[in-house]
Design a protein around this ligand. Sequence first.
Ligand SMILES: Nc1ncnc2c1ncn2[C@@H]1O[C@H](COP(=O)(O)OP(=O)(O)OP(=O)(O)O)[C@@H](O)[C@H]1O
Length: 508
Amino acid sequence: MLAPDETDAAAILDGLIATVAGPGVAALDPTALRRDLETVRTALRRARELDFREIGDHLYDGVYIADGSGRTLWVNRAYTRITGIAAEEIVGRNVADLLAAGLYRNAVTPEVIRRRRQVNAVGESVRNGTRMLISGNPLLDHDGEVKMVIVVDREITDLSVMQAELEATQEKMKAVADATVKTSREIEHLRRQVPSHSLLGRSAAIRTVLTQIEQVADLDVTVLIGGETGVGKEVVADEIHRRGNRRNRPFIKVNCAAIPASLLESELFGHEKGAFTGAAGGGRMGLFELADKGTLLLDEIGEMPIELQSKLLRVIQHKEVTRVGGTRRQRLDVRILAATNCDLRDHVRQGRFREDLFYRLDVFPITLPPLRHRPEDVEVLAGHFLGTDNAKYDKAVRISRQALDMMAHYAWPGNVRELRNLMERLVIVSERGTVIDEALLAPLLDLPTGGGAGTERSLQAIVAEAERRAIAGALAAGGSTRRAADLLGIDQSTVVKKAKRLGLRIAR
Ligand SMILES: Nc1ncnc2c1ncn2[C@@H]1O[C@H](COP(=O)(O)OP(=O)(O)OP(=O)(O)O)[C@@H](O)[C@H]1O
């Protein structure tokens, strides 16, 4: 690009040369000559200081410059990138020729020259179809004549793509927002359809428990839920959380018996970086922290090692937690629910459970009686499980009145969990439309069939029975799941899982 001063200087030089070489040397005006020479010197100095062509080549927009007659003087690199037209093809040629040659479909330069003012247009490159926003400006001389035309081409293909993307994103966002509204409406609808409580049963005991849940749900007090294994303690905890004002906050459950004692502390309270061998590199948040503002269920609390009980007591009392290996105390707002299937008072008497912790937890006790003490719930529960399993396995299995009576007289050592597992097993093994009767049921409950005929047992049943005996024996001999695990040479968590699956009462 020629700097205006440089152009001026060149024109003046041309004039000077013409004048000096011509006949009128004597007519030279020394003052005007001195002034002209000074202008030339200044212009050349400025041209040296700033190389406008180089600057022009670094512009993102295309630049096209023509003289006042429409003859192309210069284009920058971006012009070639945008239009696909190389400088050599057009420099020195008049825009009228270029139009005639088909390099341009229309051009703003002739219009700028004609109107002597800015002309804007939207155009498209004949070569590559790039869409451009074209803005032509005249550079006028002292007499108001067009000395140069400077045209800037701004690519708008990018802008159109961006616009299209923006519109697509906005549409997607709207779709997500609509879907969210729809989902929350559906959830609300489903919530209204779900029975008001998932703790089923028609016994007086269950009705009492439901009243207690109602009374305590909205309060922040600690609830200690007691009862044999499989009796529904977790269901009660779920209900308390679901009906309480923390229902939309986290509900974290931890089974104190299923986590090895050595890891339980860091699981509950978290640990700082490198607190112990095997600790995760960057430190880790504990379950207490995770449950902040929500509810934490400490299941099988009776299995908590005594050394941890004092730390738990401190956390509950002071409502703050310090990670293992750390010093910083963090304030927490956690509602505690605890569940146990052992007699905690007995543990306190034996020195296995801290008395002060027991009283901290036993603020509002809820006890679920075993299923054998509320036989009237058996039919309701059996019917419910039959319905869900029929739907799950696409069967239409029914159950006879006699079979239901037989169930009502059964002792259910594994309580509701045993009943639930039994119903599922019955649905799985039954043909569509079968009616479960006493004959089908008795062998599964280990009761005499009445007919006296021995049933052939599968290897799987024999193995399950052997496993059941071994685990029951180890639990009885060891007195706790930890010792049972030692006796059997398996993990404590495996003992807990298998005992639950087999409907065994976990002896302490
Ligand atoms: N009253 C009930 N209504 C519906 N389902 C129930 C009821 N009681 C228990 N259940 C079901 O029985 C199974 C065992 O219940 P849950 O896990 O609550 O027992 P638990 O007392 O917490 O057992 P554990 O002491 O072994 O942890 C679950 O599948 C649960 O849904």
